[in-house]
Every structure is written in C-alpha cells, then in structure tokens.
Design a protein around this ligand. Sequence first.
Ligand code: ZN
Length: 255
Amino acid sequence: MNIFRLQVPQWDVFDGLVHGFLGRLGGRSQLPYASLNVSYDHGDDVQTVKHNWCDLKMALELSDVDIITANQVHGDTILKVSSGTGKRAGLGDGLMTDASNLLLGIMAADCVPLLFLEPGRRVAAAVHAGWRGTGAGIAANAVTRMTEEYRIDPSGLHVAMGPSIGPCCYEVGRDVTKQIEADWAEALRGAWRPDGAKGFLDLKAINEAQLVSVGVPRSHIVRIGPCTACNVEKFFSYRKEGKTGSQLSFIGWLL
Ligand SMILES: [Zn+2]
C-alpha cells in the first residue's frame, strides 16, 4: 500500500525544500498501530517501527537523509538542531535548524503539526502543538527562537498546519480553555464554541492567531488536511481510537 503524503502546493516554488505530512497508510504495524506508526513510545513493536521508518524513507527517496526527531513531552521547548545533533535531539516539542541536508520530524495523532520555513536563510522548523503546547504558546515561541537564533524576520516565515483534530470533534472542558485563556485570551476568542459544561476547541485557529501576533503574515499561513478524528482510515487519532500510533510530519532543505 502506498504512503499517503500531503504537501503544500504553494511551497513548490522553494527550490531544495522537502516536506510532507504523512498519514497512517503504507506501514507494517498491526492494530491498534496500523500501519505507518513512527513512534516508539506507545507500545508498538520496536522492530516493526524501525521497518516503518526505513520503508517511508525509501518510498520518499530520502534514505540518505537523517530525519531528526525529539522526545515529545507536550511542552514548549524548541530544540536547535545542527548537523551533528544525532537522530534524537532531546526533550522538546519543536525543532529548528539552518543546516541543510537534514530533515526535522514531528509526530502527532490529533495534535497540530506545524512546519515552518524561511527561504532567505533556508531555515526550517517543525512543531507539535496539542492543547498544552498551544496554551504555552509553542508556535509563537518557535518564531521568537528562530528570529533570535538565525536573525530572520518573522515576515519572511511561511507556516503550514497539517492534519489534526478539528473543532468538529475536539470537545474539551473549561479546565483546558482556562489554561489557554491565561496567556492567549484574544486568540481563544472565536476558537471556542461552548456547549453546556464543555465545548469545542479549534487548535489551529489559536495557533494561527499566535503566529500572527508575533509577526507572521496571515497570507503565509496555510492549513492543510482534514480532521484526524473524522478520518481514522487515513490518520491516527488518539481521541477517536485511544491506544494508537503517530503519524510523521517533516521538513528541511536539501542542497
Ligand atoms: Zn472531526
């Protein structure tokens, strides 16, 4: 079975850029991880996950390129990756680099995967934003860290938000929105539809507002892919399935 990969059509103009939001199709894992699970952290067979990594790199013609990942912990830490970092960059939920010939990978199963690029200095970043990361402002944090570290202007950044749980399915309690409200009340407005004691949350809308608040042009922000929970035949959804795998999103510049 073929691997399912979404790409941002507007990014075709960036020579040397490689990116993708993968789905769950085309791997070897068995249920509940079927089939292209890339996470070692949720109980799937280690050898099978290794095979999945190998298969996907082969299918994408990226066998010679390292895909650097992080030990994701639902925080707001952005790790700086250089060519000598190794395949695991450490504890964090975002990775950034100005190095070529390596890719940054982020894993998600409902949380929002965000891919960033800046074409002038060929900077890239990959970020994982669930409600905790969103509440902590990880998307805005990534922009700030990149502008400080690589001396780029946020107006030159392009960002894509991939398949994640949508406001159609993401029911949360007030405990969740209160934590987001603490720092991002304005961003939460319009992204929250109350329904009794609970309500429905639009994580992408909040992340978009955060990005705009730190200087990313709204016209440079793209949303791609459907709701993961509405489309479990193509995407892993933790909320819908409980125990499940994670799909990969990746980005980087090749020479
Ligand atoms: Zn949905």
